[in-house]
Design a binder for this molecule. Structure first.
Ligand code: HEM
Length: 521
């Protein structure tokens, strides 16, 4: 029961028992004056010691020789403990670690006692498709008690909440009303870059500011004004630092929860939740001229008494900001890195763009085949969620046809997009940036199932359409206006080397120079 509802509590209890044992052994025993007390403590101590010795050795023997995952290859220490994985991704480069492990061990690697990483074109469909019985893994509990669509594991609760979100993302009226904001913040971004033209800038900042400013506006009725002020909003700066722990601690979510239980440890996160709740209360009092995402969430969160479900409302506001900003920002950073890296691709993209007057039209941009192909190729090679998306296999097990195997029930699985996108069996010249594979050279995409940057099925990205509008608009706006090159001393190598995998990708420093060429298209 305990194991099923809150699996992360088991290791917490074991760790507490272990710590108590150490305290007794090193402090209580030697200090004790009473002989009888000393000997009974010593007896208890040795009982506890042998109990744990037997417990842990049986766990090791079971995990190595008898566990249902024993037939899958992987490093021996990974079979025994998740701490092996934590140690290996202390540098938050899980995407590269998994890539190396798959090269060494093949398409299925046992990366933890109960964890498999699977690289095959049909894994996304198997774990996320409409008929899958997989559910979100314990990692998604990290933000409890705060709620939110993207972190809800219970499937019926998730489905109910998704219905509340849906109208705000599917109704064309909704996306239409968000477009004005995208144009507005796009213009702010353009002005910012004009003010910095011909100087090297770390583009991560302005693209993050752009993405967060829009989401602040759409989720809370007010922008963070980072583009306007040219600096990070303090709440977001500290929250992003906190999120970076997701890199090394992803394999042991229970340890992250222990850390979070330490008073003060969650200060930044709690501040962010409180801040969102306050802004949401303000948003309720505000009249908004144009519909925002919150409008649909507020409408769907009224309870029977005419009051609102606050846990959901404030948690969902946070979901919009966390899920909708990092992903768009990193995709833009990757896109501009690629433009600087391949000047010929930059010129080709510029030539393919519509006249300046049409850049404000999302319908026109949606029809630009090469623009879409360019973004597809960015999303393929640099997925915003490179290895995340952990799922628990349902009771029936999970058949993976291409690998001729059935993954046992209760296994925690991931299908790392970073590696799947680079499979030569799915993409010709898989490591090369070739946008034409999505248009005139379609034979270069051998297996389309391997390309799922927004996920699919029940847990697919609800913001996909909105993201596409943002990405197309910013790319068209800036490429038609600026020539982009690397800053002095920059060749782009550090950018990828420094990239971190903290559930969402966190690209390294990218120094670029924007030179205004006027509106050349
Ligand atoms: C380039 C941009 C984006 C990419 C590549 C992207 C990718 C993804 C992926 C891969 C997932 C599944 C994650 C998982 O399995 O845990 C996801 C979920 C989600 N995304 Fe996005 N996303 C993007 C933009 C956005 C935007 C703009 C929003 C707007 C609010 C958004 C909101 C969400 C939400 C709420 C979920 C959870 C859906 C659910 O669990 O039902 N995303 N996204």
């Amino acid at each position: 029961m305990l194991n099923k509802d809150a699996p992360w509590l088991v290791p917490i209890y074991a760790t507490i028992a272990f710590l108590v044992e150490i305290v007794v052994y090193f402090y209580v025993l030697p200090e004790s004056q009473s002989h009888r007390l000393q000997s009974s403590l010593a007896e208890t101590e040795s009982l506890i010691f042998f109990h744990f010795l037997a417990l842990y050795s049986s766990i090791v023997v079971y995990r190595v020789f008898f566990h249902p995952l024993r037939r899958y290859p992987g490093p021996i220490l990974a079979r025994i403990t998740n701490f092996w994985h934590v140690y290996k991704c202390l540098d938050a480069k899980n995407h590269l670690l998994l890539e190396k492990l798959h090269e060494q061990y093949g398409p299925i690697v046992r990366v933890g006692p109960q964890e498999l990483s699977i690289v095959s074109p049909d894994i996304h469909l198997a774990m996320s498709g409409a008929r899958t019985k997989c559910t979100k893994a314990a990692l998604y509990d990290l933000t409890l008690p705060s709620r939110g669509l993207n972190v809800t594991r219970n499937t019926s609760e998730h489905d109910r909440r998704k219905k509340v979100w849906d109208p705000g993302f599917t109704a064309s009226v909704a996306l239409e009303s968000y477009h004005g904001r995208i144009v507005f913040y796009g213009d702010q971004l353009l002005q910012y870059l004009q003010s910095k033209q011909n100087q090297p800038i770390d583009v991560r900042e302005c693209f993050y500011w752009f993405a967060f400013d829009i989401m602040g506006d759409l989720a809370l009725g007010r922008s963070f004004n980072m583009l306007r002020n040219g600096q990070w909003h303090n709440v977001l700066a500290t929250m992003r630092k906190g999120m970076s722990m997701l890199g090394p601690l992803t394999p042991v979510p229970w340890l992250a929860r222990v850390g979070m239980a330490i008073p003060g440890a969650m200060k930044d996160w709690n501040n962010m939740c409180k801040w969102c709740e306050e802004r949401m209360r303000e948003r309720l009092q505000m009249g908004v001229k144009e519909l925002d995402i919150s409008h649909w969430l507020i409408e769907g969160s009224r309870n029977g008494n005419g009051d609102y479900d606050w846990d959901w409302l404030s948690g969902d506001a946070l979901s919009i900001i966390t899920a909708g900003s990092d992903t768009v920002a990193t995709t833009l950073v990757f896109a501009f890195y690629v433009l600087a890296l391949y000047p010929e691709e930059q010129r080709k993209l510029r030539r393919s763009l519509p006249p300046a007057v049409d850049i404000g039209s999302q319908e026109k941009l949606a029809q630009m085949a090469h623009l879409n192909a360019f973004l597809n190729e960015v999303l393929r090679l640099y997925p915003a969620v490179p290895s995340g998306g952990y799922r628990i296999v349902g009771e029936q097990g999970l058949p993976i046809a291409s690998l001729n195997t059935i993954i046992p029930p209760e296994t925690i699985i991931t299908g790392p997009r970073w590696s799947i996108s680079r499979l030569e069996s799915c993409f010709e010249q898989a490591h090369d940036f070739i946008p034409d594979r999505w248009t005139t050279r379609a034979h270069m995409v051998k297996d389309k199932r391997a390309f799922v940057p927004f996920n699919q099925g029940r847990y697919s990205c609800i913001g996909k359409n909105l993201a596409w509008i943002e990405l197309r608009h910013i790319l068209a706006l800036l490429v038609s206006r600026f020539e982009v090159t690397f800053g002095p001393g920059e060749d782009g190598s550090r950018f990828l080397a420094d990239m971190k995998d903290t559930f969402a990708a966190a690209p390294g420093m990218c120094s670029l120079v924007f030179k205004d060429i006027g509106s050349s298209v």
